[in-house]
Design a protein around this ligand. Structure first.
Ligand SMILES: Cc1cc2nc3c(=O)[nH]c(=O)nc-3n(C[C@H](O)[C@H](O)[C@H](O)COP(=O)(O)OP(=O)(O)OC[C@H]3O[C@@H](n4cnc5c(N)ncnc54)[C@H](O)[C@@H]3O)c2cc1C
Ligand code: SF4
Length: 517
C-alpha cells in the first residue's frame, strides 16, 4: 500500500458511539472497512480509576481549547481515544420516549419531529442494547413499547439506593431501573465499582464503543484501524457530488484515503467542523452545506447537578446510577410542558468535588460526599439556528451557545428538590452546567426529508453528496431529555443495514465482545 494513499470500500472517521457501532455492524459485510481515529487506544492503568487523575488533572480530556461566542476559550469535555466519549461515559443507555420522535410543544418553543418514528428505530434499539450489554427492566411508565425483554437483568441496587427508591415510591413516584451497559453477564468482568461514570473502566467491562464495537470489528481481516489519524479535510470531485479523498494527518505523515463511501463520525461538534474545514470550489461554505445549516442547531441538554445531603445518614453506595425518575418528563400539574429526566450520577467523591470547589477544605468535601446522594437533572434544550459551531480565525472550533427552554429546567429542578426534601434530605446543593459540559452534544447536522431544512437524509446521507454519511450525535433534530448514546448506536446500525443493501441479511445482534486477557 502506498504510504501517501490508502484505499477502502468504506472509510469511517471516528470510533465513538456512532463510528464504533457502525464498524461493528459492517464487520461481516464483506466490505473493506478502514477506520480512522485521531486518538489512540486508552491504556489500562491505575489512573483509570483515580478521581485525582481524572477530575483534578484531567488526564483523559483533550488539552484543546475551544472558543466561545464572546471571544473567550474553554476546555471542552471531550475525549479523543478509540471509543470516543463512550470510554468515560456513564453507560446509561435509555431509549428515547416514543413522543420524542414527534413534534412536542415546550414552554420555550417547539421540539421538532424526527423523520423516522420510534417504530422505525425499535429493532435497532433492541440490537444496540445487545451490542452494548444493556442491563435493565421494565417499570418506567414513560418507556416506549419493546419488542423483547432487556438483554440482561437490571444492575443490583445498593441498600441505600434501594431504600431511597422506596421513599420515592411512597411519594407516588415511579422510579425505575436505569438501563446500564456493563458486562455483568455470567463470568463478566464488571466488579461494580465506584468509578464508572466519567471514569475509564480499567478492566474493560464497560459497554463502550471500543470494547463492544471496534475491538470485535478488528477481529475480521476486512476491517483495519489507523489510530492517531486526524481527518483534516474531505475533498470532492470537481462537480462536488462525491467525496474522493479524506486528507489525513498522522504524526508527521500526510496521506489521502480513498473510499467509495465516506462516513463521518467525529462527534457533533467535530463532524460539523470537519465539513466546514472542507469548504472548496463546489462547496464554498462547507461540505454538504447548501442549506446553510452545517453546524447549526447545536444542542447539549440543560444539565444540572443536584447534591442532596442528610447530615447524619452515610451513603456507602458503590454503584449509584441504578434508578431513573421520569414522572416529570412530560410535565406536572400546573405545567403542561415537558420538564425532563432525573437520574443519579456516579457516586461523588471528595476529589471530584474539589475539582469544582478548590477553596473548600478537603474534610468538608469528604463530609459532604460521604453523606450525599448525587443527581443529574436533565432537560431538553431546543434547536436554535444561532446555537452553532463555526471555525475560529485560528482554524479552531467556536461554539455559539445561549441556553434556552430554561423555565422547564428550573421547574424540573424545583420538582427534584421537592422530591428529595420529602425523602428527608434537608440540604440541597445545585449547580447548572456551563458551556464546557458538552457531553450530550448533538444536532449540528440534522437529518430530515427536505434538503432545504436539513443536512442529512433519513439514512444520514448528506443531501448534497452521493457518498457521504454522518453517523454520530449530529443527526438529532431534537435532543429529547434522555442520554443520547443508545440512539446514536441504534441509528448507526440502521445506517449499516442501509449500506449493506436490501438483499443483505441484517448484521447479527449477537454480542462478540473481545477483551484481551
Ligand atoms: C463524562 C461523560 C459521561 C457520559 N455519560 C453518558 C451516559 O451515561 N449515557 C449516554 O448515553 N451518553 C453519555 N455521554 C455521552 C456519550 O458519550 C456521547 O453521546 C457519545 O459518545 C457520542 O457519540 P458520537 O459517536 O457522537 O461521538 P464520540 O463518542 O465523541 O466519538 C467521536 C470520535 O471521533 C474522533 N474524532 C473526532 N474528530 C476527528 C477527526 N477529525 N479525525 C479523526 N477522528 C476524529 C474522536 O476521537 C472520537 O473517537 C457521556 C459523555 C461524557 C463525556
Ligand atoms: S468494573 Fe463495572 S462498574 Fe467499574 S468501571 Fe468497569 S463497568 Fe463500570
Amino acid at each position: 500500500m502506498n504510504a501517501s494513499s490508502r484505499h477502502a470500500d468504506i472509510v469511517i472517521i471516528g470510533t465513538g458511539a456512532g463510528g464504533g457501532t457502525l464498524a461493528h455492524a459492517l464487520r461481516d459485510s464483506g466490505a473493506r472497512v478502514l477506520i480512522l481515529e485521531r486518538g489512540d487506544f486508552l491504556p489500562q492503568e491505575p489512573e483509570n480509576w483515580s478521581p485525582e487523575a481524572v477530575f483534578l488533572r484531567n488526564r483523559y480530556k483533550t488539552a484543546e481549547r475551544w472558543h466561545d461566542a464572546a471571544g473567550g476559550t474553554f476546555a471542552p469535555g471531550v475525549h479523543y481515544f478509540v471509543g470516543g466519549n463512550t470510554k468515560v461515559y456513564g453507560a446509561a443507555l435509555p431509549r428515547l420516549r416514543r413522543e420524542d420522535f414527534g413534534e412536542l410543544a415546550h414552554e420555550g418553543g417547539v421540539s421538532p419531529a424526527w423523520p423516522v418514528t420510534y417504530d422505525d428505530l425499535e429493532p435497532y434499539y433492541a440490537r444496540a442494547e445487545a451490542v452494548y450489554l444493556v442491563h435493565g427492566a421494565p417499570g418506567d411508565p414513560t418507556d416506549p413499547p419493546r419488542s423483547g425483554p432487556y438483554p440482561f437483568p437490571p444492575m443490583p441496587q445498593d441498600p441505600y439506593m434501594a431504600e431511597l427508591t422506596e421513599r420515592l415510591r411512597d411519594q407516588g413516584l415511579h422510579p425505575a431501573a436505569l438501563p446500564i451497559g456493563v458486562d455483568r453477564r455470567p463470568g463478566g468482568r464488571c466488579i461494580r465499582c465506584k468509578t464508572c461514570d466519567a471514569f475509564v473502566c480499567r478492566v474493560l467491562a464497560k459497554g463502550d464503543a471500543d470494547v463492544c464495537g471496534v475491538r470485535p470489528a478488528l477481529e475480521r481481516p476486512n476491517v483495519e484501524l489507523v489510530t492517531r489519524a486526524f481527518a483534516r479535510r474531505l475533498r470532492t470531485e470537481p462537480g462536488g457530488r462525491r467525496v474522493v479523498a479524506v486528507e489525513v494527518e498522522r504524526d508527521d505523515e500526510r496521506f489521502d484515503v480513498h473510499a467509495d463511501t465516506v462516513v463521518v463520525a467525529c462527534g457533533a461538534v467535530n463532524s460539523a467542523a470537519l465539513l466546514l474545514r472542507s469548504a472548496g470550489g463546489a462547496h464554498p461554505h462547507g461540505l454538504a452545506n447548501s442549506s446553510g445549516l452545517v453546524g447549526r442547531h447545536y444542542m447539549v441538554h440543560n444539565n444540572s447537578v443536584l447534591v442532596a445531603v442528610h447530615p447524619t445518614r452515610r451513603n456507602d453506595t458503590v454503584f449509584q446510577k441504578t434508578i431513573t425518575v421520569n414522572d416529570f418528563y412530560f410535565g406536572e400539574i400546573g405545567f403542561p410542558y415537558p420538564m425532563g429526566n432525573l437520574q443519579p450520577i456516579g457516586k461523588l467523591q471528595a476529589a471530584m468535588l474539589a475539582a469544582d470547589q478548590p477553596r473548600v477544605p478537603e474534610p468538608v468535601l469528604r463530609a459532604v460526599a460521604d453523606r450525599s446522594v448525587d443527581w443529574w437533572v436533565m432537560s431538553e434544550d431546543l434547536p436554535d439556528p444561532e446555537n452553532r459551531v463555526t471555525l475560529a480565525p485560528d482554524g479552531g472550533i467556536r461554539v455559539h451557545w445561549t441556553p434556552n427552554n430554561l423555565i422547564a429546567h428550573e421547574r424540573l429542578m424545583r420538582a427534584a428538590k421537592r422530591m428529595l426534601r420529602r425523602a428527608d434530605y434537608p440540604v440541597l446543593l445545585s449547580r447548572r452546567m456551563g458551556i464546557a459540559t458538552n457531553s450530550h452534544q448533538c444536532g449540528t447536522l440534522r437529518f430530515g426529508h427536505d434538503p432545504a431544512t436539513s443536512v442529512l437524509d433519513p439514512f444520514c446521507r448528506a443531501h448534497d453528496l452521493a457518498n457521504l454519511y454522518v453517523v454520530d450525535g449530529s443527526f438529532f433534530p431534537s435532543s429529547s431529555a434522555v442520554n443520547p448514546a443508545l440512539t446514536i448506536a441504534a441509528q448507526a446500525l440502521r445506517v449499516a443495514d442501509h449500506l449493506r443493501g436490501p438483499s443483505a441479511a441484517p448484521a447479527p445482534a449477537a454480542v462478540t465482545t473481545v477483551v484481551p486477557a
